[in-house]
Design a protein around this ligand. Structure first.
Ligand code: FMN
Length: 168
């Protein structure tokens, strides 16, 4: 494609590099319907996608254990982790195949629908999946926010703080 001539492109980067400039935070997505069928993973590709009704979009990679569970269950939680929860993030980022017991190391409780809520998260959204969109190597799960709770004050954990990148 021809570059726009009245913009200085001398600092031009690859698509991979430009996509990595988008700032992200670290969320824990809880999925399940009871203790036996419950898990959580770290996700950054989370955003609000509707004011009314309040909805969020979460992109989940198709090759993950979480994707299968998200497709089977219709409820999930979006847990906003605090900047002090880096140890917990390191546990939840592990693939299920490498640590099937990862939830046993993570202080959590189940909401009324049996979906994990991370204790000591700053806040969480209780969501019901209303649509799923095929986005390529991820699916976007659109969740309607049924309830939301703030548990604590503080700053959310960002990718910059923990030094992780998931983009590009
Ligand atoms: C900073 C960061 C952000 C991530 N964001 C996402 C995301 O938005 N969606 C996703 O599916 N995986 C994301 N991942 C990868 C998952 O956390 C990882 O594949 C995890 O092991 C999946 O867990 P599971 O095997 O229990 O499904 C991210 C990883 C990191 C390090």
């Amino acid at each position: 494609m021809t570059p726009i001539t009245d913009i200085d492109h001398t600092k031009s980067k690859t698509t991979h590099e430009v996509l990595r400039l988008i700032p992200y935070s670290i969320f824990a997505i809880g999925i399940g319907s009871d203790e036996a069928v419950s898990t959580a993973l770290i996700a950054s590709w989370v955003m609000q996608c509707s004011f009314n009704p309040p909805r969020v979009a979460v992109a989940i990679r198709k090759d993950s254990n979480s994707h299968q569970l998200m497709s089977e269950e219709n409820r999930f939680t979006v847990n906003l982790l605090s900047k002090h929860q880096t140890d917990l993030a390191r546990i939840l980022v592990k693939p299920h195949d490498r640590d099937e017991e990862k939830m046993t190391h993570v202080p959590h409780t189940l909401n009324a629908a049996g979906v994990p809520v991370i204790k000591e998260a700053l806040a969480y959204l209780d969501c019901q999946t209303v649509d799923t969109v095929d986005a390529g190597d991820h699916s976007i799960f659109i969740g309607e926010v049924l309830e939301s709770h703030q548990i604590d004050d503080g700053d959310v954990l960002t990718c910059d703080q923990i030094g992780w990148t998931y983009a590009g």
